[in-house]
Write a protein that binds this ligand. Sequence first.
Ligand code: RFL
Ligand code: PHB
Length: 389
Amino acid sequence: MKTQVAIIGGGPSGMLLSLLLHREGIESVVLERRTKEHVLGRIRAGVLEQGLVGLLERVGCADRLHAEGYVHDGTLISYGDEMFRIDFVEHTGRPVIVYGQTEVTRDLYAAREAAGGPMVFEVEDVAINGADTDACHVTWRTPGGTARLDCDFVAGCDGFHGVSRRSIPAALRKDYEKVYPFGWLGVLSETRPVNDELIYANSPRGFALCSMRNERLSRYYIQCSLDDRAENWSDADFWEELKARIPAGQAATLETGPSIEKSIAPLRSFVTEPMRWGRLFLCGDAAHIVPPTGAKGLNTAASDVHYLHEALADHYATGSTAGIDGYSQKALRRVWKAERFSWWFSGLLHRYPDQSDFDLKMQIAELEFLRSSPAAQKALAENYVGLPY
Ligand code: RFL
Ligand code: PHB
């Protein structure tokens, strides 16, 4: 088999890239380790920046998003029983859209299938060969032997645990990492969201987030210990803990019900540099991870995909290598700003095991400064709605 771009990973990065390349007349094959059903069953991010919305529009995947997504002009931040609002539109002229990653991925799959682009599922033992030569190819194991895909380029869109990043020789890359001493326990429930907007809550008992997918589907998170297990939390315990972490007025109106999904995700900041080795380019979680505070994971994956598809399109159109040579630097410049924002916003809202009384006072002072300072609110809003690309 032969193609122009081999895309490893059929998550949102890989699928969006395949569609943007298709629009430019560039062929790709998507290789995905799991089944389509498995990929479409994942519950992840929920907040989309305008940049990602624009890309989805460009590939014809935004009709359902515009019909079913929710425009959020601002967000709420609470500490104890205090709560204030940051108006994104007032500060930046832009809202964000609440529309689940699960739905984005479903729309991307439908478009890729409609375009007839090849995809191979349940690929095992994927290996990237000769990325630093002119004989680049990808292989994987099949029941009958080994399959081989020859290609001009490889896009490593296979997430944090994928093979792409690890294919770059360790001596040629540097990893930057911060592991947080807690996780998020997330619950999805068929209940009315407690508020029209998201609530990011700093509480003495730990962080909580009230989010949503639609009018009858809520997504809530509470900070938990890393050795905790989702099955240790009954629904009743979860609701009680969530209520204790959000302002009393919100807790009083919180609709509770059975959870339809419950899972724990650890929090990590991670970046690998560079995001390119020869003919291999990393995109999205394969190259970087942010803690979910601020909802930058999926959105940062989208900006990588934007830069990479532009670079490849320019290369195929003109033969120039300037775009692909500049990809890593350009993507990383934006990645680090999203890393900074997610790290800062996590620090503002969570309880850390080694926090002193002084540190706690600093957190409250920073929240009160944010509450009173239009300049600080503008800085948060600018990052939350997404830096330009
Ligand atoms: P993905 O979504 O991880 O997709 C990668 C795809 O590659 C496949 N794969 C392979 N395929 C072939 N060969 C291999 N060797 C492969 N190894 C892996 C995987 O099966 C998968 O289908 O990465 P992508 O496309 O870069 O997208 C990034 C986003 O998914 C990610 O940034 C966000 O979902 C992060 N994230 C969240 N972000 C938010 O903004 N808000 C959230 O609430 C939020 N929750 C989450 C998250 C990420 C999580 N992960 C990765 C554990 C919750 C979780 C659990
Ligand atoms: C979500 O709805 O899953 C969500 C929203 C905002 C975040 C993280 C997750 O910062």
